[in-house]
Design a protein around this ligand. Structure first.
Ligand code: HDE
Length: 724
């Protein structure tokens, strides 16, 4: 019988034209693939053919190589997280600015020279692992600090309050939020009956709903959102003194959202939008940074704040207790392997270090059980702390033994305490001032299944939030409520929700209700329902500026993406300087044209194209530049996708700068470059029309950079009339 021709076992040579990055990845791959073996190390000479009874015969059960490979593949998936399944993560470090010994003895909060390694995972809550990034949802913000005293996890969200007050309601909340059980729809969205049915019956969720309907839940980037520890924790110093503390993360890039229409479109154009954004920023050396802030409350003051600090549906206004900035977090390294790191990382609010402790917040208390329990099924057993991403970097030792997937080979015969056999002298861990000490809070109370009446005020802080929003933010909130409730098929649920909202603000409720085909909001009807509490604490503040996203503007345009729309005949001279100025200021400019390759400029040069109108869209960019050049402008005006690009950017209130003939592309919006006008005109917020030859040196750059720094121009005129 003729023998089949064999190819060499392994081929590993450099691809011609590979970039440095590709070469690195290639090197990593070939290191692993210098030869192919089974999991037992047996070399495999052929990875293309299973063992058969003759070349055309059945496969033999004996083929242990095939079976090992397929069995491993069959078990490649682990259960996804019940919530926060969709996430992205990065490595970095944390540094404290000043010693915090006055408040806490936590070692990593003492020395400004110490860099504590961290792993940070951002996530959405409702969607499955493969769902889109830009859905309307709360974002998780989990930080694992690998400290010298053990791992400390700060497992927070990008919203400072929560939907419910008691952990016992969490499964109900999540069941209501997740796709409906009969048809598994909708994916990664709260805009459906079961969610609004539940929250409209749980008035304690009203405050969080206000945040959820704000632009906080459609962030422009993980790098541009705040983080919050949500619960009240304790700092304990070396003398054992306790202070209550709330944790905040403040992004250096400012806090920015997307337009809702844009967020929905991105879900289709690039479901990995936030994942890609984080990855590319770190990959290009633009390391995202946050500052850690704390609100510290002396014991005894907590009763005078006007609400209960153990209630996770309440926040402490920053105008009442200012946030002290105490350190910074920098993310500077992407994971090497998504599964091994991002997927297998196990966070837990109970991973503490000495000097940090809990409060009796009943939501937090329930979490302390849940996070270990969930890892047992997700990561397959009690040894998930041995996975490299979860392993403490300080020495650790105890007498836990065995169990699924055990890695450690413990030596000797002693696996109990106290003992004398380990070292020959008595080893006993039975009290002492070292290590973690729970704060000795005095508890004298009856065993009771009831909420504290101090948790009863469900609306004051929702009103505070509403009052603190800018007019534009109020418009967005109303639009979001309308959108979500318009997807609710049962009119009674819509009605119940707007009746509740009447207790937040009557104007808000009336505006939300107007297009929903229901009756006017009725505050009294809401007050008559079970679960409602007719109780309002006297307000401590009427407004708090820090609750508005506009309180956290961007300092610059670093990493903002500018799309430059060109075709053959583009006038390079008019925008070369502007492009350079944008890049010098940290923006990333991409050339978009009808085809890949190059376009020929009006002076005959070749300009390299990054994207076509087919493979990208305006929703991938923060700003748009349309340079001059009669032929380029005329050609682009005939390309529907190019015209749509500009219209859509206009609708999403993005900065647009059009030079000379490029203004033609904005013709359908009614803009022209008036002969008598200024060299740089701004006919509506963030739209710059410039006569590049007349404008003074640098004037256009200055105006465009200022417009991009402002991020979105929500006050722009006639946005709703734009057909994009
Ligand atoms: Fe979580 N939560 N949660 N949660 N949570 C999980 O743990 C849970 C809550 C948060 O990136 C799960 O390992 C209960 C509040 C984040 O891996 C699970 C209650 C806050 C993440 C769980 C809450 C959070 C989780 C799912 C009410 C903001 C993602 C997988 C008592 C402070 C962590 C896992 C990551 C994940 C339970 C409420 C934030 C099931 C029972 C409040 C950021 O254990």
């Amino acid at each position: 019988m003729p023998q089949p021709k064999r190819s060499p076992a392994v081929t590993a040579k450099s691809l011609p034209g590979a970039s440095e990055k590709q070469k690195q990845l290639q090197t990593a791959a070939t290191d692993n693939a210098a030869m192919l073996t089974t999991n037992q190390g047996l070399q495999i000479p052929d990875n293309h053919n299973s063992l058969k009874a003759g070349v055309r015969g059945p496969t033999l059960l004996e083929d242990f190589i095939l079976r090992e490979k397929i069995t491993h593949f069959d078990h490649e998936r682990i259960p996804e997280r019940a919530v926060h399944a969709r996430g992205s993560a990065a490595h970095g470090y944390f540094k404290v600015y000043k010693p915090m010994g006055q408040y806490t003895r936590a070692g990593f909060l003492q020395n400004p020279e110490t860099e504590t390694p961290v792993f940070v995972r951002f996530s959405t809550v409702a969607g499955s692992r493969g769902s889109a990034d830009t859905v309307r949802d709360v974002r998780g913000f989990s930080v694992k600090f690998y400290t010298g005293e053990g791992n400390y996890d700060l497992v927070g969200n990008n919203i400072p309050v929560f939907f419910i007050q008691d952990a016992i309601k969490f499964p109900d909340l999540v069941h209501a939020l997740k796709p409906e059980p009969h048809n598994e729809m909708p994916q990664a969205a709260s805009a459906h009956d079961t969610f609004w049915d539940f929250v409209s019956l749980m008035p304690e969720s009203t405050h969080m709903l206000m945040w959820a309907m704000s632009d906080r839940t459609i962030p422009r980037s993980y790098r541009m959102m705040e983080g919050f520890g949500v619960h009240t924790f304790r700092f304990i110093n070396a003398a054992g003194d306790s202070h209550f503390v709330k944790f905040h993360w403040k992004p250096k890039l400012g806090v920015h959202g997307l337009a809702w229409d844009e967020a929905q479109k991105i879900s289709g154009k690039d479901p990995d939008f936030h994942r890609r954004d984080l990855w590319e920023a770190i990959d290009s050396g633009n390391f995202p940074e946050w500052e850690l802030g704390v609100q510290i409350i002396e014991e005894g003051r907590e009763g005078k704040l006007g609400f209960d600090i153990l209630d996770a549906t309440k926040l402490i206004p920053e105008s009442v207790v200012p946030v002290q900035i105490i350190g910074k977090l920098v993310l500077n390294r992407n994971p090497d392997n998504f599964f091994a790191e991002t997927e297998q990382v196990a966070f837990h609010p109970g991973h503490l270090v000495p000097g940090i402790d809990f409060s009796a917040d009943p939501l937090l208390q329930g979490r302390l059980f849940s996070y270990t329990d969930t890892q047992l099924s997700r990561l397959g057993g009690p040894n998930f702390h041995e996975l490299p991403i979860n392993k403490a970097v300080c020495p650790f030792h105890n007498f836990q033994r065995d169990g699924m997937h055990r890695q450690t080979i413990a030596k000797g015969r002693v696996s109990y305490e106290p003992n004398t056999l380990a070292t020959g002298s008595e080893f006993r861990v039975d009290g002492g001032a070292q290590g973690f000490q729970s704060h000795p809070e005095t508890l004298e109370s009856p065993k009771i299944r009831r909420r504290s009446p101090s948790f009863d005020d469900h609306f004051s802080q929702a009103t505070l939030f509403w009052n603190s929003q800018s007019p534009v933010e109020k418009d967005h909130l109303v639009a979001a409520f309308r959108f979500e409730l318009s997807k609710v098929e049962v009119p009674d649920i819509r009605q119940r929700m707007v009746d509740n909202l009447a207790h937040v603000d009557t104007k808000l409720a009336a505006r939300v209700a107007a297009p929903l085909g229901i009756n006017a909001p009725d505050a009294r009807a809401a007050a008559g329902r079970l679960g409602f509490r007719e109780y309002r604490m006297p307000p401590t503040v009427e407004k708090d500026a820090a609750l508005s996203m506009s309180a956290r503007p961007a300092p610059d345009i670093k990493t903002r993406k500018v799309g430059i729309l060109v075709a053959d005949g583009v006038d390079l001279l008019t925008f070369k300087r502007l492009q350079q100025d944008l890049q010098d200021a940290g923006a990333q400019c991409k050339i978009i044209a009808p085809q890949l390759g190059t376009v020929t400029t009006s002076s005959g040069k070749q300009l390299v194209v990054d994207h076509t109108f087919h493979n990208t869209a305006s929703v991938m960019f923060d700003a748009v530049l349309v340079p001059g050049g009669a032929a380029s402008a005329a050609a682009l005006s005939q390309v529907g996708e190019a015209v749509h690009f500009v219209l859509e950017a206009y609708k999403h209130c993005k900065p647009i700068c059009a030079l000379d003939d490029g203004v033609q592309l904005l013709g359908t919006l009614g803009f022209t470059l008036e002969a008598q006008g200024d060299a740089v005109m701004e006919p509506t917020a963030g739209v710059l029309l410039a006569d590049a030859r007349k404008a003074a040196e640098g004037r256009i750059s200055q105006a465009f950079i200022a417009a991009i720094t402002a991020h979105r121009h929500w006050e722009r005129l006639n946005v709703d009339a734009v057909p994009a």
